[in-house]
Design a protein around this ligand. Structure first.
Ligand code: AMP
Ligand code: MN
Ligand code: MN
Ligand code: MN
Length: 286
């Protein structure tokens, strides 16, 4: 069976450029049959996306991508099959959003010091009242002609050692998994090859994640090269993790990969949707 599963994507509720409705419509056009919307630290897009998926008779998984600080670095944990009304999750999200707001002001202050005009208002214009992401600063700086694309803005301004860098103080790994589990979801380590960890450190992350009840590993990510994908698949197998796959789609103009443009999980590996947890929690939602 050709199951075009895309379990990682963004809308205008965080740093994507399509509304939840437009995102679901595009996924449908691209032949995706199971889609998860996983906005950064936000669930506001889920009802709209679910309604559109229903009208298109597409399977929809309510998700989130949580920002975590682990070993002095930002790690992203995707939660799939979450109940967006869960109070434990929402309490946690409030703390993340508070930090995000403070960090946005701090980034703006630093960029202003570096000679950039009105960075907070500029980024807010792109965020359109939704959560403020570094991507919004990047889009503003591109508009200002400071760099040719978003990727270059990150490299020049927003990463460690650059003028607009502010260290993350996000959730702990333990908190993030607690919130996801409280909301009935399944936790997945997002785009594992993207982190600047040594092999030993990445193994340590996986070990802690599994001790906390984490099950999924996004070995197949739109942001992975085929070499990285191969290595991550091996790692998942060694640790007996279930494989998740997601394009991490943000926008038709600037994305790693188109919606659903992913390799199928190769034979011999265990897709997340074969897990008991998926059958029990998500099998009934979609
Ligand atoms: P934030 O959660 O506000 O720190 O923003 C993180 C987001 O910025 C990620 O989800 C990506 O969408 C984007 N991002 C991070 N690093 C880069 C990069 N080097 N190039 C382009 N986009 C990036
Ligand atoms: Mn993003
Ligand atoms: Mn991410
Ligand atoms: Mn993402």
């Amino acid at each position: 069976m050709n199951l075009a599963c895309d379990l990682h994507s963004h809308s205008t509720v965080s740093d994507g450029t399509l509304t939840p409705t437009e995102l679901v419509q595009r996924a449908h056009e691209m032949g995706v049959s199971v889609l998860a919307l996983t906005d950064h630290d936000a669930t506001e897009g889920l009802p709209e996306a679910a309604a559109e998926a229903k009208s298109l008779e597409m399977k929809f998984v309510p998700g989130i991508e949580l920002s975590v600080t682990w070993s002095h670095q930002t790690v992203h944990i995707v939660g799939l099959g979450i109940d967006a009304d869960n109070p434990v999750l929402n309490q946690g999200l409030m703390a993340l959003r508070e930090f995000r707001q403070w960090r946005g002001e701090e980034i703006a202050r630093k960029l202003e010091k570096a000679g950039l005009p009105a960075p907070l208002a500029g980024a807010q214009k792109f965020a359109r009242g939704q959560i403020l992401s570094r991507t919004h600063f990047a889009r503003y700086l591109v508009e200002q002609g400071r760099a040719k694309d978003v990727r270059q803005v990150f490299k020049r301004y927003l990463v460690r050692g650059k003028p607009g860098f502010v260290a993350g103080q996000w959730a702990s790994l333990e908190d993030a998994l607690d919130w996801i589990h409280a909301a009935g979801g399944i936790a997945v380590i997002a785009h594992p090859a993207r982190y600047n960890f040594s092999a030993t450190r990445l193994r340590q992350l996986i070990t802690e994640f599994q001790e906390l009840g984490g099950l999924g590993f996004e070995a197949i990510s739109g942001s992975h090269s085929s070499d990285e994908e191969g290595r991550m698949l091996q790692l998942a197998q060694q640790f007996d993790l279930y494989i998740s796959c997601g394009s991490d789609f943000h926008s038709p103009e600037q994305s790693y990969r188109e919606l659903g443009a992913l390799q199928p999980v190769p034979a011999g590996f265990h897709p997340l949707w074969h897990s008991e947890a998926w059958q029990q929690r998500i099998g009934t939602i979609i």
